[in-house]
Design a protein around this ligand. Structure first.
Ligand code: AMP
Length: 333
């Protein structure tokens, strides 16, 4: 039997470069070799309280992006998390064995509690439990995610092992974070605020369907140092971020050229960013075209979501039948 791959992306607007290089690019390769489940994490997105209209729009957009960029419903299972309510049932069971102390120690929770003190809801606290439910529902072993999810995956292993120990069984395998490069990827943003993330603001984020003029403006306004670095000076974090972005889309010769300029001193950040903007536009343009074309294809998107929901539910029902049995529910009626 093929190993199971599971991963998802929250529909909070549209996909950005971090989603693409951290997660989605690996989905495309993994769907060829594994029994893969790729979902749209619409339950997860409720922690930010979207309006029903925004939620619907975001879900449709991310589904269109999944398909436009190459996920194939014949090769993998593509579904909306909320179409598989067994996810919520497993989340409930796992929550009974998830402890406040360990959840409060999760870095992403602490970060959210700091940045949004007015909305520290229980869903944020138990986010790693819902993520574990997503994965364990399909008994996933490989989870393509970015570096920011490393700690959550550790929690998924903890919850899987705890369930197995508690019920003296070997039911859930240990899920591992995977990236097809050697390391999990972290894509930086444009404002030197850490990883690229929508919550860091529009100026930080490059979307996969970014209009050329907006893309150019965002990159030309990206944070760098105030003046050219002196010869031999180390790269500041803001400049390193731009080199990291360049590594995703530019040729090795281009990167070497600017690296040499930086080392020698006298790099002109205006020219550096202009080149990055040009190479980024070359990368984005075909994605933008495909996404825009798919967005109008409502009927096809509906059919794909229905087809995927059916496949995912079937697998989830079987897992939950066994989980209920293991826990000791009657499971008869
Ligand atoms: P999210 O948007 O938080 O639902 O993330 C969906 C997927 O994209 C997860 O696998 C994340 O690890 C990945 N991801 C999001 N932002 C970044 C980033 N800046 N760098 C690398 N991976 C990212």
């Amino acid at each position: 039997m093929k190993e199971v791959v599971v991963s998802g992306i929250r529909p909070t607007g549209k996909l950005h470069l971090g989603n693409f290089f951290g997660a989605f690019k690996n989905f495309l390769t993994l769907q060829e070799q594994y029994d893969s489940y790729f979902f749209i994490a619409d339950y997860h997105s409720l922690t930010t309280h979207p309006t029903p209209g925004d939620l619907k729009g975001s879900v449709k957009r991310v589904l269109a992006e999944y398909i436009a960029l190459g996920l194939d419903p014949e090769k993998c299972t593509i579904y909306l998390q909320s179409d598989v309510p067994q996810t919520a049932e497993l989340y409930l069971f796992l929550n009974m064995n998830a402890y406040l102390g360990e959840l409060e120690r999760v870095t992403s929770f602490k970060e959210k509690a700091r940045t949004q003190p007015n909305n520290i809801n229980a869903g944020l606290l138990t986010y790693p439990v819902l993520m574990a439910a997503d994965i364990l529902l399909h008994r996933g072993v490989k989870v393509p995610v970015g570096k920011d999810q490393e700690q959550h995956l550790e929690m998924s292993r903890t919850f899987a092992n705890r369930f197995n120990r508690l019920y003296n069984c070997d039911f859930f395998p240990e899920p591992q974070a995977v990236s097809l490069g050697d390391n999990l990827v972290k894509v930086p943003g444009l404002t030197d605020s850490g990883k690229m993330s929508k919550s860091a603001g529009e100026a930080d984020t490059i979307y996969l369907n970014e209009e050329a003029s907006v893309l150019n403006k965002k990159i030309m306004r990206a944070v760098t140092d105030s003046g050219p670095a002196e010869a031999g000076a180390p790269r500041s974090s803001a400049v390193q971020n731009l080199f990291d972005l360049m590594a995703l889309v530019s040729s090795p010769e281009t990167i070497e050229f600017f690296d040499n300029q930086h080392k020698a001193g006298g790099i002109r950040y205006g020219d550096f960013k202009k080149q990055l903007a040009t190479d980024m536009e070359l990368f984005i343009a075909p994605l933008r075209e495909k996404i825009d074309a798919m967005l109008g294809n409502e009927k096809l998107l509906d059919e794909i979501a229905a087809f995927g929901a059916e496949k995912a539910r079937k697998n989830a029902q079987e897992t939950m039948r066994q989980v209920r049995d293991i826990i000791g529910f009657s499971n008869k009626y």
